[in-house]
Design a protein around this ligand. Structure first.
Ligand SMILES: C[S@@+](CC[C@H](N)C(=O)[O-])C[C@H]1O[C@@H](n2cnc3c(N)ncnc32)[C@H](O)[C@@H]1O
Length: 267
């Protein structure tokens, strides 16, 4: 672990990790699982992102909504890698649908919180965590997963192409990559940073940098270069007074994107 930290500090650029950002995220480790605390939005977003992944893999149809405590065997047999899993707020619910979930994150404190929360649940689910970078993980796990999830992560990554390339390498041909993130335009800036962080307090202040945001068409273009075909882009809308997320066709603020790794290699 110390070795990992040392390498990140010595050449964090090479490993595509922003130390300031990881430190900022780690400072919320103690409250990450509090559904009413600073990371509230991640908990509430599960209402849409859990079904976005589950139904994207299983039914391919319009996703249904998710409620806390929901469980089934819908994802039995699926291997899912949750990249940038934080303290496991999305990894765990996916595990309750029977998937084998591996969550990785560069923040040691968040991985510790994820492990502590998982063991406190005493649940019979196949979820495990590792403080690891995707670049290292793929060395032994190339083409292993049916799905790779990067939820609320790409907006924290400087070299998105390199990051997505590593994510795609972890996918089996025919597997799906699921991204959820914030689009880049003035309205997304207003909603996510000004309202989300500074007025409504849905997220900790200074969590996002506008220049790091990315639009669905940019993600699609990058994934296309990696032989992945985008099959779904759906918008998420937050209804502040009801504390709920809803699906919508407008993808100009927050969105989810699913792309499938094609079996035929690009020449
Ligand atoms: C907003 S949190 C999202 C956590 C989790 N995916 C969720 O939605 O509940 C962003 C996460 O990305 C992680 N992160 C930052 N840089 C990363 C990188 N280069 N590779 C993987 N994860 C990274 C942070 O440590 C943090 O846990």
């Amino acid at each position: 672990m110390t070795e990992l930290r040392q390498r990140q500090t010595e050449s964090n650029k090479k490993f595509n990790v922003d130390e300031r950002d990881v430190k900022h995220m780690s400072s919320f480790a103690g409250v990450w699982w509090d559904p009413t605390g600073e990371c509230k939005a991640l908990h509430e977003m599960n209402q849409v992102r859990v079904p976005f992944v589950r139904d994207g893999l299983v039914t391919n149809g319009t996703p249904e909504y998710w409620r806390e405590g929901q469980t089934s065997d819908a994802l039995e047999g699926y291997k899912i890698l949750d990249v940038g899993c934080g303290a496991g707020v999305l990894s765990e619910p996916l595990g309750y649908f029977g998937a084998e979930v591996v969550g990785i994150d560069p923040a040691e404190d968040l991985i510790k919180t994820a492990e502590d929360h998982l063991s406190s649940q005493n649940a019979d689910i196949k979820v495990s965590y590792s403080c690891e970078l995707i670049e290292d993980h793929i060395k032994k796990n190339a083409e292993k997963y049916d799905a790779v999830v990067a939820s609320e992560v790409v907006e924290h990554i400087a070299d998105k192409k390199a990051f997505l390339k590593s994510c795609v390498e972890a996918l089996k041909p025919g597997g799906s990559i699921f991204i959820t993130t914030i689009s880049r335009n003035w309205f997304a800036w207003l909603c996510a940073i000004i309202f989300g962080e500074f007025i409504l307090g849905l997220l900790p202040k200074n969590t996002h940098i506008y220049e790091q945001f990315i639009s669905p068409s940019e993600v699609t273009e990058i994934l296309e270069e990696m032989n992945c075909r985008t099959v779904k882009v759906i918008g998420f809308r937050y209804e502040f007074f009801r504390g709920i997320f809803k699906f919508q066709s407008n993808t100009s603020i927050e969105y989810g994107l699913q792309a499938i790794k094609q079996s035929n290699r690009k020449k």
